[in-house]
Design a protein around this ligand. Sequence first.
Ligand code: TXA
Ligand code: MG
Length: 523
Amino acid sequence: MSSENPSQKGRPAVFLDRDGTLIEDRGDLSRPTDVVLFPDTVPALRRLAEQFELFIVTHQGGVGRGVLTMADVDRVHRELLSRLESEGVRIREVYVCPHRRDEECECIKPKPTFLLAAAKAFGIDLRRSFTVGDHPHDVELGRAVGATGLYVRTGHGERHRAELPPDVVVVPGIREAAEWILADAEARRRSEDFDRDVADAAAVLLAGGLVAFPTETVYGLGAHALNPTAVARVFEVKQRPRFDPLIVHVPDWPAARAWVAEVPALAERLVERFWPGPLTLVLPKTDAVPDIVTAGRTTVAVRCPRHPVAQALLRQSGVPIAAPSANRFGCLSPTTAEHVREQLGPAVNRILDAGPCSVGVESTVVAMDKNGLTLLREGGVPREELEALAGPIRSAREDPSRPSSPGQLPRHYAPDTPLRLWDDAIMPRLRGRIGLLAFREPVPEGPWSAVEILSREGDLREAAATLFAKLRALDAMNLDWIVAQPAPEVGLGRAINDRLRRAACYREGGQKLPAVFGESGNL
Ligand code: TXA
Ligand code: MG
């Protein structure tokens, strides 16, 4: 990945073949009156000229064969260039090879002599440049210097098509060639911007700053995991109690191995099946992991996110990233960069924005020790999928003798508005403006001031992906209550219901519980 500034590398160019590409191929052309532009040529070149230097590279073997003179060729080009110029298209230079192929000159296509000359004379960045023509030589010409060669089916295009290598871009004519080039240039710009943003964020992380970044589950608030001061800032910014350990994010399993002391065989199988993806493994830690990350525990939670931006950040920075969800402690997790800005704002040094998260609920967290697997948190990998691989799993909730997760507080992931789970008995007791968070259609009758539906068709993936954003929307509506319909208790429905149950954790009478509990449940 590069963070070079493209403006330092010179301008990109398009090198255009003449006959059969820009104008009709009428053999050896000696009279300016025989120049016939294709109807698409002028509009296509006009668009290209906004972003590229334009050159013509043409072979006029008729000169070598004695049927044309260079003066004829020059006259034709003066006519062509002035026609184009009057339409607002400037051709920077016309390069002509006048030789016969058997003369074995240095300038005949596909030898890149003219392209190298243009690069030198006009400061052209050949790797970001293109060639367009109706002969395989026009494509090879570009490839010879790391440019991209496009093949048009006008002129001789149809005739020589079979001679092309299989991976060449073939388009009907000059218009489609221009469209393809402009789209490709736009994609490259985006990817250069992306590389720059990621490189910049990685530098911020390495310097001890905080970077919010997208994962497939929710946005994370990341710090260099081996820098205790940076990790301390995560706790401060989130207002998270220090007893609640953080997940260490890694780009792959070999990277995780450095922080894990023992690896049960089952862990390897889970990793093989679910990484990269929304599964976090709690395993015995090595001394290399700072205590502040694990809240002094002997275990570390490791997770390998699938999101390409998270992956790019991890690989670019080359360090493990400690990251909780990028929300204030106890509040709704962010599934867009905007949510992060609203909640944490200027306390975060960089926010990498990649739009909404696809899974929408946090990763599934499992602990592994000699007693086997314990489910610490329902999440993006459904319990059934884990059990298909690992056999029946106990959850910490079902078996208090099992290891537990300090983060599993009764009240968590909560909106400010009091929330109740749907229940016929409770409905008559709720007064004021009530909003419904429906799981699916049809929406039940009720005195609703607002309704949000997680998934019209009852699709669990869609419901999980929209859960936090819809809760947030209801929370912003000044309601007295939010009533939430639980999802079916299967697959991702379990993670959805887990979040709803925690969001619904209130004292009798609707009075709020404090957002933070101690591990023992003390206030
Ligand atoms: O999807 C996710 O997991 C997101 C993204 C950003 O990766 N992260 C996330 O982190 O949800 P956080 O900090 O909000 O939740 C991590 C959970 C907490 O419940 C924490 O207590 C638990 O994992 N945890 C972390 N390390 C642990 C450990 N060593 N033992 C037991 N539980 C641990
Ligand atoms: Mg041609």
